[in-house]
Design a protein around this ligand. Structure first.
Ligand code: NAI
Ligand code: MG
Length: 491
């Protein structure tokens, strides 16, 4: 048949192998024109509003409330009332039922959430579909399991809820960060006021629908949208017993200063500049995949991204050659296209920050490589980028870029790799690629990082604690460790 359809003279084998577009339908998402704040189980209007957009097209998606200090106060009051009027004294097995329900509803509505996450945040649909949503549901399932077992988790310590948790999250994994924050808080019997990031409020607002479906008592979870002013009002509020923050080191430090001496519990999950260390005995092709996943996953908007590649000198050339060739096959474009590997940069502000740091890399003398790729006219885009010839002192080797930009450095011995990898104010994650198990353990003991991946990168599991050293913050999320920040103990 194909013979007949072929216009005369064209070759049997096509010379253009580009994919046809395969966009996911947006029909499953029903956006409202405007959203209020979710307080005490009801929607309330904010006086001030702003527009949230799609970073891939700059198309406006909805009008969002900018919560004032008075709105934050209403939310904290609602959370306090819900805490006192039953939630904190509910048996753990009853709290668990709500968490299991939320987890199951997220699974049932996964496609709707995934499409909305990609529309509002710019991340490829295959990531929101295969990573963000399954992990968010898994987090609720996991902490549902702990809700009635806190006495076993902390024997003889009489674990009790802290009270009202104020939670501030970033824009890189909007729903997943919400799950990381809300699931352990509720499992431990706390109530919540959560503020999503200003550029990505939509999945948190859709999540309010899930809370209603699960019949979670009013006021147990309150969602207030807005920018840093709303976050600051939450931190300032006297009625909040615990703050959990994920975001920039700069804001994290300001929050820590503000809360010093107040008795408010605090956990901070801040930036990173992870070393991905590749030894010459590793499986090279597998390492290349890991490097690509480490830095181009989610456009590099990942706090634990493997943004500094340390290549052992003996394999530097083949490694960089293979990496550049692999980069040519990355598909940059429409986040809703199922073939897309690298989506849109989250905001104009973040794009500006990436451009500025990349420019500094050129000026300081690093060599830049970007594969040929067509970037769409509208929206915020940045091509996957590799810098070679990078010195440790360059800004691109020191500062978190939070974009699809890799800095390649080299080392000769394991000792030198450790020395260089730890030469950073951050300490969130690291990767080691080698065939030798003994070397993996030797390296893991010496790397100052909360998570060390071996022969893989950017793997997450709700049972595994995640968090940083040094300027990457303190406190752990996930696992048994992730319960502790949401509990008080008799000691
Ligand atoms: P940011 O730290 O300003 O924003 C994170 C969250 O904090 C947002 O919800 C924001 O509204 C809120 N916030 C801002 N100012 C606040 C304040 N004074 N008090 C309380 N809450 C406040 O991060 P931004 O400006 O979006 O990104 C700047 C850089 O930070 C990025 O380029 C990246 O390097 C880093 N970053 C790291 C993240 C991580 O996961 N570790 C996440 C987001 C950003
Ligand atoms: Mg900021």
């Amino acid at each position: 048949m194909a013979e007949l359809d072929r216009p005369g003279g064209s070759p049997a084998v096509p010379d253009d192998w580009t994919y046809a577009p395969a966009p996911e339908s947006r029909d499953i998402v029903r956006l409202r024109e405007r959203y209020g704040l979710f307080v005490g189980g009801e929607w309330i209007e904010a006086k001030e509003t702003y527009e949230t957009i799609s970073p891939a097209s700059e198309e406006p998606l909805a009008v969002i409330g900018q919560a004032s200090a008075a709105d934050v106060d209403s939310a904290v009051t609602a959370a306090r009332a819900a805490f006192a009027n039953g939630w904190s004294s509910l048996p753990g097995s009853e709290r668990a039922k709500y968490l299991f329900r939320i987890a199951r509803i997220l699974q049932e509505r996964a496609r709707e959430f995934a499409v909305l996450e990609s529309m509002n945040g710019g991340k490829p649909i295959k990531e929101s579909r295969d990573v963000d949503l399954p992990l968010a549901a898994a987090h609720f399932f996991y902490y549902a399991g702990w809700a009635d077992k806190l006495e076993y988790a902390f024997p003889n310590r009489r674990p009790r809820p802290v009270g009202v948790a104020g939670q501030i999250i970033p824009w890189n994994f909007p729903l997943l960060m919400l799950a990381w924050k809300i699931a352990p808080a509720l499992a431990c019997g706390n109530t919540v006021v959560l503020k999503p990031a200003e550029t990505t409020p939509l999945t948190a607002l859709l999540f309010c629908d899930v809370l209603r479906q699960a019949e979670l008592p009013a006021g147990v979870v309150n969602i207030v949208t807005g920018d840093g002013r709303t976050g600051a009002a939450l931190v300032e509020h006297d009625g909040v017993d615990k703050i959990a923050f994920t975001g920039s080191t700069e804001v994290g430090k300001a929050i820590q200063r503000r809360l010093a001496g107040t008795g408010t519990k605090l956990t901070l999950e801040l930036g990173g500049k992870a070393a991905n260390i590749v030894f010459d005995d590793c499986a090279l092709d597998q390492a290349v995949e890991g490097i690509v996943n480490g830095i181009y996953f989610n456009q590099g908007h990942v706090c634990c991204a493997g943004s500094r590649l340390f290549a052992q000198e003996s394999i530097y050339e083949p490694l960089v050659d293979k990496l550049k060739r692999r980069l040519e096959t990355l598909r940059v474009g429409d986040p809703l296209d199922k073939n897309t590997d690298v989506g849109a940069i989250n905001s104009a502000m973040q794009l500006e920050r990436i451009r500025e740091l990349v420019e500094s890399g050129r000026e300081e003398g690093a060599e830049i490589y970007q594969p040929p790729c067509h970037l769409p006219e509208k929206g915020y885009w940045f091509a996957p980028t590799v810098f070679t010839n990078v010195a440790q002192s360059y800004r691109i080797a020191q500062e978190e870029i939070f974009g699809p930009v890799l800095s390649v450095l080299t080392f000769r011995t394991p000792e030198e790799a450790i020395e260089k990898a730890n030469n950073t104010p951050y300490g969130l994650s690291a990767g080691v690629w080698t065939e030798k198990g003994s070397r993996i353990l030797w390296m893991a003991q010496r790397l100052r990082a909360g998570v060390v991946w071996a022969n893989t990168f950017n793997r997450f599991d709700p049972s595994s604690p995640f968090g940083g050293y040094k300027e990457s913050g303190f406190g752990r999320e996930g696992g048994l460790h992730g319960l502790e920040p949401y509990l008080r103990f008799d000691e």
